[in-house]
Design a protein around this ligand. Structure first.
Ligand code: PEP
Ligand code: CO
Length: 459
């Protein structure tokens, strides 16, 4: 294998990276970013990898979620707070009912760039370049907005930095204290069917905390009860930016992409001989690989070997996204190929990207039932293959949007237009996300016990 360099990806074909009109300006921006502080630190990334190694062993569960595409327009502290509340609530539901620690990984603080199915968009007679994410071009349907503008990278960096700053404060400043569970509820959720279930959980936790307090264990003396770890991730799509954020860790000499703790390679850019795989193979960060209906098991095996030659646990997460009615067709073969080679991976399920449909009212949507079905089918397949379904990867928001149909709120095709705000794919709203956590927690528990017992020994 050829020697890896920070810029060796430039010698390979790359897909979904825009052509900037003014290369000089792009290089000026990238050179400046090279001197910006890292957003995350190498030690944190190593810590995440250790936590992910527990997921490989069936001793923890990975919850990865956030916007499909973050936007400049939706950037405000209330949105970040509400998003964080939902992640905390989902984690609590899963931790409590599945009796497993949950590794919380946000699609946030850098999830901007998007691969698009078509390079252009047509509205009436007018055809313009597609919207590629707020760090590349604008969503307005005008020639000016759709032109890739390198200066957008400054704004995206700054948004990522302040988002992360607020989340770090929430994690360690008392907001995540288990004594404050009742404050994580979002106003509009109090009226929903999930509220009653969550209230029951709150009461059980309050009882458990009271018992522990009586035994002398409380959050005043035990940091673990009042802080949480939260990690960031995004698709490593826009390689010029990722390259400029990749730095050598002075303590080990290894390269870390400091734009996030975890990055993933999308379903459209995971070519074994492509620039995205080449770039990611030099990183120490944990890496996700999206696996869709077009991924061939032997190719995924090759990619995993290239990205993780030492077969390190926690380094690779395979994120399957086949669509609810395609899971049985594709997943078993992939699991068997990975098992045959003895590769250590986390199996995560993205029930969003294979279930996108068009509503009768013309909106891109995802029926909640199909999302749920994909997760259930994935769990069933892992159970019968003797592997551990260790993660969930979802597009969600803390806002009360109407983008995915169904769920306990029974959002209909006609309701979609009411609060459809996404810049790209439809997200689960807070109610739907928490509902999903309740509906899958029993299966996680079953699958984890199963994976940790006889099956693991036999495999
Ligand atoms: C995404 O996660 O937003 C995405 C584009 O997914 P995929 O690469 O699986 O299509
Ligand atoms: Co998406």
């Amino acid at each position: 294998m050829k020697k890896w360099k920070l810029n060796s990806w430039r010698n390979y074909p790359v897909k979904h990276i825009p052509k900037y009109e003014d290369e000089k300006e792009l290089n000026m921006v990238l050179n400046k970013i090279k001197n910006f502080p890292p957003l995350v630190f190498a030690g944190e990334t190593r810590h995440l990898k250790e936590q992910l190694a527990n997921v490989v062993d069936g001793k923890a569960f990975l919850l990865q979620g956030g916007d499909c595409a973050e936007s400049f327009a939706e950037f405000n502290p209330d949105n970040i707070r509400d998003y964080f509340k939902v992640i905390l609530q989902m984690s609590l539901v899963l931790t409590y009912s599945a009796s497993l620690p949950v590794v919380k990984l946000g699609r946030i603080a850098g999830q901007f760039s998007k691969p698009r199915s078509a390079p252009t968009e047509k509205q009436g007679d007018k055809e313009l370049p597609s919207y590629l994410g707020d760090n590349i071009n604008g969503i307005d349907f005008t020639e000016k907005a759709r032109k890739p503008d390198p200066k957008r990278l400054f704004k995206a960096y700054s948004q990522a930095a302040s988002t992360l700053n607020l989340i770090r404060a929430f994690c360690h400043g008392g907001f995540a204290d288990l004594k404050k569970v009742h404050l994580w509820n979002l106003g509009y959720i109090k009226k929903s069917p999930q509220a009653k279930k969550f209230k029951e959980l709150e009461d059980k936790i309050a009882d458990a905390l009271a018992f522990m307090d009586a035994c002398g264990i409380n959050s005043d003396f035990n940091r673990r009860l009042k802080t949480v770890n939260f990690w960031t991730s995004h698709e490593a799509l826009l390689l010029p930016f990722e390259e400029s954020m990749t730095r050598v860790d002075s303590t080990t000499g290894e390269y870390h992409d400091t734009s996030a703790h975890f990055v993933w390679i999308g379903d459209r850019t995971r070519q074994i001989d492509g620039g995205h795989v080449e770039f990611c193979r030099g990183l120490e960060n944990p890496i996700g690989i999206k696996c869709g209906p077009t991924s061939k098991p032997d190719e995924i095996v090759k990619i995993v070997n290239v990205l993780n030659p030492k077969n390190e646990k926690g380094k690779i997460t395979l994120i399957s996204r086949f669509g609810h009615d395609n899971v049985e067709k594709y997943l078993p073969k992939l699991i068997r190929a990975i098992k045959k080679e003895g590769l250590n991976v986390i199996w995560s399920c993205d029930p969003m990207h294979g279930n996108t449909t068009k509503s009768v009212t013309g909106f891109k949507t995802r029926p909640f039932n199909n999302v749920l079905k994909e997760v259930k089918n994935v769990f069933a397949v892992h159970q019968s293959e003797g592997s551990y379904a260790g993660g969930l990867h979802i597009e969600m928001t803390g806002q009360d949007v109407t983008e995915c149909t169904g769920g306990a709120q029974k959002i209909s095709d006609q309701d979609l237009s009411s609060r459809y705000h996404t810049h790209c794919d439809p997200r689960l709203n807070a109610n739907q996300a928490i509902e999903l956590a309740f509906l899958i927690s029993d299966e996680i528990k079953k699958n984890s016990i199963y994976a940790r017992s006889g099956i693991r020994a036999a495999s």
